[in-house]
Design a protein around this ligand. Structure first.
Ligand SMILES: Nc1ncnc2c1ncn2[C@@H]1O[C@H](COP(=O)(O)OP(=O)(O)OP(=O)(O)O)[C@@H](O)[C@H]1O
Length: 495
């Protein structure tokens, strides 16, 4: 393990022996006492947890609030800071009201930078990259709602495509939430089973998956003659030639030539870069360096399991931590998702599985229960790796390291980044734990760590008390103060 060792940070504190149940109880009491003090700061952040965005509407657990969102947004070093205000962007009153009602008090960096470019006239294409959980959805939804002419509410004018039905539904929710003061606002979801067959789509905004959208256009259910904006969320995934690239191109070719194309993702690997440039020619571009891609609030850890069987035992040991907040466990196949769920349930744990073999309604219901906090642990495949925003997710487990290529020959660094990005949303902290168990999985994780310059923390399973304490500490911190605090040199420069 010498190579990975150079990327590994060992926990620095000495192992602390604590009784797990006692420490949780003590922490709960402390949290209650701290809750009131923290309330002011906590109030500054309401996001995917709010009912309007499909969340439970409950306040998040009163974990230690390390730093308020307003402090985080004031810090230029974070992706949550913007030099501009919503009020400077020429948005309509209704839109401003919608953003502020969601307590989106200030734009994030990607919002502040991309919106003026997307809204400039004549419209120009845009390719925008920003870390996971930094508000790309609100950026393109605000652009869409600024471009639509609401005197023609039945006329399709904007189309957003996403790689999964869950993400399309989520974006539909964000359009309705940000546009709640716009009258009349009509949004349709073009996902399998959601649109009545053979009836025209009478909505100004359509959010869908590429296959279904292609079908409804072909069947002349969707009149695209006046479409002004096309958004591809998770654009690198959507344009991937091995996946949905052809479908997206066919959809684009059926739209008016003048359509403004907006591509958003946290990752734009070189491989799709040139294709994306052809798909959205002459685009404004906001790009990140590879080293900027990891979200600082996510503590990335790994566990070296002796063999494949041990992975399951380790997972069960982690169960107590998984249910402090909410957790997502990523596995390679639907079959292993089912199998792990079956075993865990038989062993007395409450977990659900969600993958593409379930029918649409079942998938909607499962995710809705997870958003509401009814289910705390979700076992899934890459179908939920991208875009899904549940702010109370505090832990992501890579039960299988994501792989791609023929015969899973290469590590899938982009998918790793998207998977771990299901936690640490908009400045929160979270933990990701990746399991390695043989040379292939070890080399794959090393490759990913090298790609992004990640310092992985190794969790020592010989000392569970210490491992648990370490993870629990991170989960309980509501904000990433340490990670985003300006360094001493930054302070010196500023003064
Ligand atoms: N300006 C803002 N102020 C406060 N919260 C915000 C703001 N913009 C977005 N959020 C919240 O941040 C969270 C993450 O946003 P979003 O899902 O758009 O991230 P993303 O960049 O699209 O992530 P991903 O790359 O994973 O798709 C959401 O819960 C959203 O409600």
């Amino acid at each position: 393990m010498s190579d990975l060792a150079s990327r590994i940070t060992k926990p620095d504190e000495p192992a602390k022996k604590v009784d797990w149940a006692e420490s949780v109880e003590a922490d709960e009491n402390k949290q209650q006492a701290e809750a009131e003090a923290a309330a002011g700061a906590a109030e500054a952040q309401v996001d995917g947890a709010v009912e309007e965005l499909g969340g439970s509407g409950l306040q998040e657990p009163e974990w230690d609030v390390e730093v308020s969102l307003s402090e985080l947004q004031a810090n230029e070093a974070t992706p949550f800071h913007s030099a501009t205000q919503w009020q400077d962007m020429g948005l309509s009153e209704d839109l401003l009201k919608g953003l502020l009602a969601l307590k989106f008090l200030k734009p994030s960096k990607v919002q502040g930078k991309s919106l003026p470019l997307m809204l400039s006239d004549p419209p120009r294409n845009m390719m925008a990259q920003s870390q996971s959980g930094t508000g790309k959805t609100a950026a393109f939804v605000t652009a869409i709602l600024s471009r639509v002419d609401f005197t023609k509410p039945d006329q399709p004018q904007a189309l957003a495509l996403a790689p999964s039905r869950e993400l399309a539904r989520q974006i539909e929710g964000v359009v309705n939430a940000i546009g709640r003061f716009i009258e009349p606002l009509k949004v349709a979801a073009a996902i399998p089973g959601a649109l009545p067959r053979d009836q025209p789509v009478r909505s100004a905004v359509i959010v869908g998956t590429p296959g279904t959208v292609q079908d409804v256009i072909k069947r002349r259910q969707l009149d695209v003659s006046q479409l002004k904006v096309l958004v591809l969320d998770e654009a690198d995934n959507m344009l991937d030639q091995q996946g949905m690239g052809d479908q997206c191109l066919r959809v684009k070719n059926m739209l008016p030539k003048s359509v403004q194309i907006l591509l958003f993702s946290a990752t734009f690997p070189d491989k799709v870069g040139s294709y994306a440039t052809k798909f959205a020619p002459n685009a404004h571009s906001l790009k990140l360096q590879r080293s900027e891609l990891t979200v600082k609030g996510i503590s990335q850890m790994f566990i070296d399991c002796a063999d494949d069987n041990i992975k399951y035992d380790v997972l069960c040991k982690l169960y107590g931590l998984m249910t402090i907040g909410q957790s997502v466990i990523f596995v390679k196949t639907r079959e292993s998702a089912n199998e792990i769920q079956r075993r865990m349930v038989a062993d007395g744990h409450k977990v659900s599985a969600l993958h593409a073999a379930f029918d649409g309604n079942e998938r909607d219901e499962l995710l809705s229960k997870f958003r509401q906090g009814e289910n705390k642990v979700l076992i899934t495949t890459n179908v939920l790796a991208r875009g899904i925003d549940v702010s109370t997710v505090s832990m992501v487990i890579n039960y299988d390291i994501p792989m791609k290529g023929r015969g899973d020959s290469e590590p899938d660094a982009e998918t790793y980044l998207h998977r771990i990005g299901r936690t640490g949303r908009f400045g929160r902290v979270g933990v990701s734990i990746s399991f390695v168990y043989d040379k292939k999985s070890y080399d794959a994780l090393l490759g990913i760590a090298n790609t992004y310059g990640i310092d992985l923390v190794r969790l020592d399973t010989d000392d569970w008390d210490e491992a648990e304490e370490r993870v629990k500490e991170v989960i309980k911190k509501n904000r990433a103060q340490a990670a985003y605090a300006p360094s001493a040199t930054d302070n010196a420069k500023a003064s």
